[in-house]
Ligand binder design. Sequence first.
Ligand SMILES: C[S@@+](CC[C@H](N)C(=O)[O-])C[C@H]1O[C@@H](n2cnc3c(N)ncnc32)[C@H](O)[C@@H]1O
Length: 271
Amino acid sequence: MSIDKHYDQSLQPEWILEQVHSAYPEGANLFQLAPLDQLHIGGIKASERLLRHLDPGRHNRILDIGSGAGGLMRQASALGFSMIGLDITHAFNRLNLGLNRCLSSQVSNPIITADAHHLPFVDESIDLILFQHSFLNMPDNRRVLDECCRVLMPGGSLLMHEVVCGEHPEQMRYPVPWAQDAAHSHLTRQQTLLQQLQQSGFSEVRIDDWSDEALAWRKRQLDKEQSGGAIRALLSPTMVLGPRFATMGKNLVLNLESRAIRVVEVVATRN
Ligand SMILES: C[S@@+](CC[C@H](N)C(=O)[O-])C[C@H]1O[C@@H](n2cnc3c(N)ncnc32)[C@H](O)[C@@H]1O
């Protein structure tokens, strides 16, 4: 099964958009859409923390690779940044475009269906590249980082909010939101990621561990899901990932607790 099939097997963009319209006929805000369009550990608050690195003076063209349903893009647009989305799963891109129209303050960002291993941009044309829980699906890390280096301007920035391999990968439980089994989970060790970034042409690499906050957040979400709070919520990740999300959500907690996975923020500069 290809990676886009993992995501689009339960994904019905038109049905989801109908649910959003009936829940928020006057238009939704970023927080109301977040359970649906911020599909990473930490939700909208983690995105807010990541977006603090964006600089209106330097970052005019920003590319979100693996933009999914587009929560991070809409949040950055609301701060005045010009965003381009790129995702291999076409159904996610249709949902992302549709959700732009559901927002009370509408935005329009270009969104491209493409593979991060072959970026459809000319050399040195992007100021900043974002990955949020998408690098974890990419089998050829070096190829993707080489492509990022090619399309970024010299001095451009790479920003990641990613899941990496922890000290106990043998404890890993599937399914997780990004993979049904090991075939689509491509978690890198922190040290390997650091070396790959340097080999591809990045410097000033900083890796911060966000795992403690990630675990606390996911446990709070799990409590809500198990007490029925999430069912009563108007929108939820289950609408995107299907009923299998119940097991995926529990496994995230177990994987963080056992240190099979870690959650990190990575900041790097293209030489
Ligand atoms: C776990 S989702 C995260 C989506 C979004 N970044 C978020 O945090 O809500 C991973 C996303 O990466 C995309 N993706 C995986 N492999 C990709 C590739 N090779 N090229 C482009 N997008 C990819 C998937 O289609 C999916 O939308």
